[in-house]
Design a protein around this ligand. Sequence first.
Ligand SMILES: C[S@@+](CC[C@H](N)C(=O)[O-])C[C@H]1O[C@@H](n2cnc3c(N)ncnc32)[C@H](O)[C@@H]1O
Length: 237
Amino acid sequence: MTPKDNIFAESFSQVKAFEFDEKVVSVFPDMIKRSVPGYDTILKGIAMMAMKYVQPNSHVYDLGASLGAVALTIDQSIGHQSVKVFAIDNSKAMIKQLYSNLKSIQLNNELLPDLADVHQYPVTNASMVVSNFTLQFMPVEQRKKVIHDVYRGLNPNGIFVLSEKVQSSQALIDYYHGYKKVNGYSDMEIAQKRQALEDSLRPDALDEWIKRLRNVGFAKIEVWFRAFNFVSITAIK
Ligand SMILES: C[S@@+](CC[C@H](N)C(=O)[O-])C[C@H]1O[C@@H](n2cnc3c(N)ncnc32)[C@H](O)[C@@H]1O
């Protein structure tokens, strides 16, 4: 069983900036499930899309893979397709744990963890690229380049799935905090985590993401999932 996330359960006199370090890695599966509304539904949607879009002998990219939930979901859903699935993350602690987890998992395709920055990553021969709540952590000025590289590296009819926390009304933000409370986080945990994320997680407006996707050339763009201030978008080349 995954250890429970209680990182922000004690009161800190000064809250440190959030980092994907060993401490976070050790509770990450619990943290993401209790913090991202619809996380399991999004993974199921990604599995379904992989079954439709992933092509044999192509590449699949999981940008900001953490412990590889997206990469593993895709591998399991498509069966043997001689696909290379790249699971990229710039957190040493995440990639180390992913390597260790993979020792006990039977894969259908090649899954390649890579300690690297998404901003510099070459995307080629791709039938599917997923960024599940990652670009929100990158500097705003780097986001357009990543989208552009993804578009360029996708094969025709390839799919990009982009999930992001987005700017929203205070009402939706309040609902979201209520959602975390329902999932067992205290008011203090919610407040301290929000403070820790203040400088590292910078949500863009949903319209801004759609504009970026359209500007680099994506033809069919759809918001296929939304819960409060969390969205997931599909963009087809
Ligand atoms: C919210 S987690 C992603 C969750 C994961 N995609 C999933 O579905 O379980 C964000 C991840 O992005 C990684 N990350 C943030 N900025 C990055 C960058 N510039 N390059 C690579 N990875 C990055 C973090 O280390 C972290 O593991």
